[in-house]
Write a new protein. Structure first.
Length: 81
């Protein structure tokens, strides 16, 4: 996959996760986006080696929930399983 497709796909994932946080936590777009930027999931999503940008939105939302509700260690376990 070329670099521009990876960037586009990653951007789509970021938008989906931001919208998910908006709905789940009743946040406006800016607050939800800032929250996502501070998450470990976001850092992992930007790391192309993880290939998380290829996962479904459902999987990414589940990963987001794991980090928010159970912490970073559980997020890593979820992603590595």
């Amino acid at each position: 996959m070329d670099e521009s497709r990876i960037e586009t796909t990653t951007g789509m994932c970021v938008v989906a996760l931001t919208k998910y946080l908006m709905k789940k936590q009743n946040l406006d777009y800016e607050k939800a986006y800032k929250k996502l930027l501070g998450m470990e999931l976001y850092k992992l999503l930007l790391d192309i080696e993880t290939r998380l940008f290829l996962e479904t939105n459902e999987y990414l939302c589940e990963a987001c929930d794991r980090e928010l509700e159970e912490g970073v260690d559980v997020l890593y376990k979820f992603i590595n399983s």
